[in-house]
Design a protein around this ligand. Structure first.
Ligand code: ATP
Length: 238
């Protein structure tokens, strides 16, 4: 069998003395769609930021395609094809749409294909193409989220980590966002999706993990978890 895309083992993470991750282990098979759900403050964002190299774990290890990556700089982790669409989008509001995309395309690995990749992003998101010279701060919330995804695609990701892409969007735009994430997956990318929108998330996931207080408390196939009484009581109010 091929190696998992990502293997996280017994990961601890701290902010000063406060523990935010406690023994987190998860496996993401190449090409699969994995989600992590849990309430505010459960540690989901911390997990993504730790995989991305922005926070150093205090214990445990992270393997990407069999190679140890915890301890690498965030820029080197991006060069491996592990890219995130961060919580709150973090686009540059005073730069134009095209300039924001250009930044996403500035990795060593993808720089030479920047033009073609931008053309592909504009084909996928015609609304961004129409607004390419507009300052990103003037876009609507949904358009900014598309821009954050487009910027990630400029870096030709293999593993895409999305942190609550539906947050703050009207229901129809949130649906559109889930469609886009589904499309990224069908295109062959490996997906790690962090969400509070539990039903949408589980319906699409090959495997899902539930976090509480920095720990994984439940895991299983998406459909299995959807039928789990503990999950239904805690997250769906059923
Ligand atoms: P949310 O949905 O609100 O983003 P989350 O599941 O992503 O929640 P984290 O943001 O990872 O949770 O937070 C996990 C814990 O770490 C929380 O107790 C939070 O208060 C704490 N925490 C997060 N960021 C910091 C920080 N920069 N400094 C100190 N503590 C932090």
């Amino acid at each position: 069998m091929s190696r998992p895309a990502l293997q996280v083992s017994a990961l601890d993470g701290h902010y000063g003395d406060a523990q935010a991750l406690a023994g987190v282990s998860l496996t993401i098979e190449a090409g699969s769609f994995v989600s992590v759900i849990g309430a505010n403050g459960a540690g989901k964002t911390t997990l993504i930021r730790t995989i991305a190299g922005m926070l150093k774990p205090t214990r445990g290890e992270i393997l990407y395609r069999g190679r140890r990556i915890d301890g690498l700089d965030p820029a080197d982790i991006c060069e491996l094809g592990i890219l995130q669409v961060p919580e709150g989008r973090l686009i540059f509001p005073s730069l134009t749409v095209a300039e924001n995309l250009d930044i996403g395309g500035s990795l060593r690995r993808t720089r030479a294909r920047r033009r073609q990749n931008m053309a592909d992003v504009f084909e996928m998101f015609p609304r961004l193409a129409e607004r390419r010279r507009q300052k990103a701060g003037t876009l609507s919330g949904g358009e900014q989220q598309m821009l954050a995804i487009g910027r990630c695609l400029m870096g030709e990701p293999d593993l895409v980590m999305l942190d609550e892409p539906s947050l703050g969007l009207a229901p129809n735009l949130a649906d559109e966002m889930f469609e886009i994430v589904g499309w990224l997956h069908r295109e062959g990318r490996t997906i790690l999706l962090v969400e509070q929108n539990v039903e949408e998330c589980l319906a699409r996931s090959d495997r899902a993990y539930v976090m509480e207080n920095g720990r994984i408390v439940l895991e299983g196939r998406g459909a299995e978890l959807m039928a789990d009484d503990r999950l239904r009581a805690a997250y769906l109010g059923l």
